[in-house]
Design a binder for this molecule. Structure first.
Ligand SMILES: [Zn+2]
Length: 590
């Protein structure tokens, strides 16, 4: 039995002590360095910068970034461990202002870099040990960058425009309270979204149905209002990215940010459009059979298999399971993952005001990343631990890359974390985890595959359609009807879908906060399945390839990083190979 007090909690004072002189010093230094950096501005505007001067300028720019990252990471971590800490909230507010000022004052560096002719930028960056890909990427944005005053106006107007609208979405939906009438033990109590969604996985079919109906009673009630917010965000995105920045279509701006060619994303989504309904449709039919349900409804999608009480996994045993699972592939990887707890950078303890969920935060390349979760001893928590420690080993492997390039870009960001979960699942399925969990684990793997691969791919397909519809003046009801159609294509005859699910799209925060973000989930997970194919064939010999992919961070494009490890090309066949792994798990269920 693990008691809560025995669970590790990180030692954040290793980063900064609250209210410490170091914190004040680094904040002051960031501003001082920025003021000093301004001495380059006139030279940069005139474009007369020698190779030597460019190195100095770049070096200073990076040093400012490093301080910013350390300070904002500290503020974020301190807030996450205690979201009611008023001192941290006020520090965060102050820091935001400072960072906005720093951002504005250093922006000329980007403009200078983009204004150069190709041969000049080549000459200046030639022989640079780090930052080369980052610098190259800055230049690929050149055709989509406006003039310096225009950029400044956009970023200033965004604060009261787009950002304010997005915050409005968060504020409105964040206040939602749900009734708990379907649970006699909580009668009269109001539930948060997180508390309500626990019931989506209830073993009781009636409870699942009631919980979903309550969820959409609230979201649907505000449907037209939320649709208005979506319309504003979608129009703003199109006006800025298509009309002003000249991208060929709204999604292209995101593809560029993800360092992905449009064809790769198209291939991903077109394969998903046929494979996801086929494979997950078969999975849902199988699930209905195994759960002995007469009909299968959307409410039953996340129904648990056994519903039996799970045996609690003590934290030390969980950590050991993760260590053993990672060692199956590479003892080095396991060692890196374990170093997080050993360095007192892991918070697993349950604390009253702690942020919910889990994350891994990398600060600077040379620092051990920080991992936060609330460990409750369920098998799900062991998977979360494997996931977050996977993220941490990813950063640690890329520590030789500079601060601008050690963190993976979005499409590769989930490689180590998801691979870590797969290694853990394998351990459970082999029976070498010391518990019998075969079918439950397969359900876990397949539910997860659906939620990350199939569901997100169909979100992405809807999002493309919805932005187009808004452009042509669609109403809230028209958007919701299109969403129901999307669900029909996705689920076919594998389940019945209640009409209230027409409002599901209004409760997906990514649609509002980061347009066209969701396909990265499908990308990342299918990529890992494809790597899994190689691992199954090659065994431990695959380890150096994976480690190579991870250690490159974002120092090249995702396609180039994968190609350098002999993985790819990212075409239809590649994605279909990923779906093949899901199908194999499905067949193992029978
Ligand atoms: Zn993750």
């Amino acid at each position: 039995m693990t008691t809560n007090d025995n669970l590790p909690h990180w030692n954040l004072s290793l980063l900064y002590e609250a209210d410490s002189p170091e914190l004040a010093r680094d904040t002051g230094e960031t501003l001082a360095l920025t003021e000093r950096f301004l001495r380059w501005r006139d030279k940069a505007r005139r474009g007369d910068v020698t190779k030597e001067e460019f190195r100095l300028m770049l070096d200073e720019y990076v040093r400012i970034r490093e301080r910013e990252i350390r300070l904002s990471s500290y503020a974020g971590l301190a807030f996450a461990q205690d979201t009611q800490d008023q001192k941290i909230l006020s520090f965060q507010g102050k820091l935001e202002e400072i960072l906005a000022e720093v951002g504005n004052k250093t922006l000329f560096f980007v403009f200078f870099w983009q204004s150069l002719e190709d041969d000049e930028s080549e000459r200046l960056s030639e022989g640079l040990p780090a930052h080369r890909h980052w610098l190259k990427r800055l230049r690929t944005n050149k055709p989509h960058t406006l003039s310096e005053p225009e950029e400044r106006i956009i970023s200033l107007k965004d604060i009261t425009g787009r950002d304010a609208v997005t915050t409005l979405y968060d504020t409105i939906t964040g206040r939602y309270k749900f009734r708990s009438h379907f649970d006699p033990s909580r009668k009269g109590k109001e539930l948060s979204r997180e508390e309500l969604s626990v019931y989506f996985r209830s073993p009781d079919p009636k409870t699942r149905e009631e919980a979903y109906k309550e969820f959409y009673r609230v979201y649907g009630g505000d449907g037209p209002l939320i649709a208005q917010i979506f319309q504003a965000i979608s129009r703003d995105w199109r006006i800025e990215n298509v009309n002003l920045r000249g991208y060929p279509h709204p999604q292209a701006a995101r593809n560029n940010r993800n360092d992905l060619p449009g064809e790769v994303v198209e291939s991903l989504l077109s394969v998903s459009k046929s494979e996801a309904p086929r494979i997950f449709g078969a999975y849902f039919k199988k699930k209905r059979e195994l759960l002995k349900l007469e009909t299968f409804r959307r409410y039953d999608l996340y129904a648990p298999y056994s519903g039996a009480d799970e045996e609690e996994v003590p934290f030390d045993a969980a950590l050991n399971l993760v260590k053993e699972a990672f060692s199956e592939l590479s003892p080095d990887l396991a060692k890196l993952a374990m170093s997080v707890n050993e360095s007192e950078h892991l918070s697993a303890r349950l604390l009253p005001n702690k942020r919910s969920g889990a994350f891994c935060c990398s600060v600077l390349p040379e620092d051990c990343p920080w991992v936060l979760m609330s460990y409750k001893g369920r098998r799900q928590d062991v998977f979360t631990l494997a996931h977050e420690l996977g993220h941490a080993s990813h950063s640690l492997l890329a520590k030789d890359k500079g601060v601008m390039e050690f963190e993976a870009t979005l499409p590769l960001a989930e490689t180590a974390s998801t691979f870590g979960e797969m290694l853990l699942a394998k351990k459970y399925l082999d029976g070498s985890a010391g518990v019998d969990g075969g079918r439950d684990v397969l359900f876990h793997v397949l539910d997860d595959a659906y939620a990350t691969v199939g569901r997100q791919a169909f979100f992405a397909l809807f999002e493309i359609e919805a932005h187009d519809m808004v452009f042509r003046g669609a109403t809230a009801d028209e958007l919701s009807r299109a969403y129901l159609k999307n669900l029909e294509t996705q689920f076919g005859d594998s389940m019945t879908v209640g009409g209230e699910f027409a409002w599901e799209w209004t409760c997906i925060p990514h649609f509002f906060q980061s347009p066209f973000y969701v396909y990265a989930y499908t990308f990342g997970q299918l990529l890992v399945y494809s790597l899994w194919n190689v691992f199954e064939k090659e065994g431990k010999a695959f380890a150096p390839k994976l480690i190579r992919i991870l250690s490159l961070g974002s120092s090249a494009s995702p396609a180039d990083i994968l190609a350098s490890a002999g993985v790819g090309p990212l075409n239809d066949e590649f994605w279909a190979g990923g779906y093949g792994v899901i199908e194999r798990f499905l067949n193992a269920l029978s």
